[in-house]
Design a protein around this ligand. Structure first.
Ligand code: ATP
Ligand code: MG
Length: 317
């Protein structure tokens, strides 16, 4: 034990020192304060611009053959953010990994009707539809691990590239007849250039590319753009890359900012102003079968996806 008088003196000194430091700091100079200020700014932007309902259903393929860049996270959270704003949204999980299905709270049970049955022509897409339990206006076509076999199963089918398009278009028509117009469809693609993403690029009207804020961010994009071009020429002339979303940005490195700048140089029109930060809440929400929008609505991750969805909707098409 030390001398209590000395300890008291030392504490006083520390207190007065930190007070001086604190006085010298402008509140916005602290990382936490500037983060809060940034979130408040995003929120006020969201509140200032209501989310419009698109005149026609927007069918968006979320694609990047690079793995782990935030395709699924972006698809489910934009979908939830739009559903939160009252829009009707459909997520088609076209990845055998099924991450979008589980992130949207749907347990994958063997034998349950899935997109695989639709590809094989065994079921209508309508009969595979599931509803998210947090947002009634968010529907899901679940994936199954069998989807990995689609390339082989459909190798000899002439219509193998257009099956998803036919299924999505007829589902939208059927829902329309039931007075259930869908505003947005997000097709979550696997990290490959197989038949599944090709089907998505033919079914979609636009492509959204998540780009991770890391050193090799643009690597592989040329190949993706080439594939998009061939889908455009072969079967979908109006297809366009409408949106680039920068994901997993770290606040504490210059690298993310440099990558963002670089991506904006290549895609000045398409890149959203909103950048999705790296966030623990975003990463942990799928393990609860939830999107970050419902799991941690006030977190910076949720606010960023709400702002990104708002921007996507207001940019329109
Ligand atoms: P795949 O190519 O395998 O389909 P993907 O492109 O769909 O991957 P995600 O699954 O969305 O990528 O994300 C990859 C991992 O990074 C996941 O564990 C996810 O939870 C995490 N992640 C995504 N976005 C963020 C973020 N903004 N902050 C923290 N973690 C994130
Ligand atoms: Mg994924």
């Amino acid at each position: 034990m030390g001398d209590p008088r000395k300890i008291a003196k030392a504490n006083t000194a520390t207190t007065s020192e930190s007070k001086t430091d604190w006085d010298r700091l402008s509140l916005t100079d602290t990382p936490l304060a500037s983060e809060l200020a940034h979130d408040m700014e995003l929120l006020s932007r969201v509140q200032a611009h209501p989310v419009p309902r698109p005149a026609q259903t927007r069918i968006v393929a979320v694609a990047n053959q690079k793995g782990g860049v935030g395709k699924t996270t972006t698809a489910v959270n934009l979908a939830a953010a739009l559903a939160e704003s009252g829009l009707r949204v459909l997520v088609v999980d076209s990845d055998p990994q099924g991450n979008a299905t589980t992130a949207l709270g749907i347990e994958r049970v063997e034998g349950m009707p899935s997109l695989y049955d639709v590809f094989l022509g065994r079921k209508t897409m309508m009969s595979t539809l599931r509803q998210n339990d947090k947002y009634a206006s968010l529907l899901v076509v679940p994936s199954s691990i069998d989807l990995a076999a689609v390339d082989v199963d459909l190798a000899d089918a002439d219509d193998r590239r257009t099956r998803l398009k036919v299924a999505v278009d007829s589902l939208l028509l059927e829902l329309e007849e039931l007075d259930r117009h869908i505003d947005y469809v997000f097709i979550d693609c696997p990290p490959s250039m197989s038949l599944l993403p090709i089907n998505a690029l033919i079914a979609a009207k636009e492509v959204l590319i998540p780009v991770q804020c890391e050193y090799y961010a643009l690597e592989g994009l040329t190949q993706l753009l080439r594939t998009i071009d061939s889908a455009k020429q072969a079967a979908n002339p109006s297809l366009e890359v409408s949106t680039i979303v920068l994901t997993m940005a770290s606040k504490n490195t210059n690298l993310s900012a440099e990558v963002a700048e670089n991506v904006r140089e290549y895609f000045p029109q398409q890149t959203l102003d909103t950048v999705i930060p790296r966030s623990v809440r975003i990463a942990e929400s799928p393990s609860y079968g939830e999107t970050v929008i419902s799991y941690a609505p006030r977190s910076s991750g949720a606010i960023a996806y709400l702002a990104a969805a708002n921007e996507l909707a207001n940019r329109g098409r």
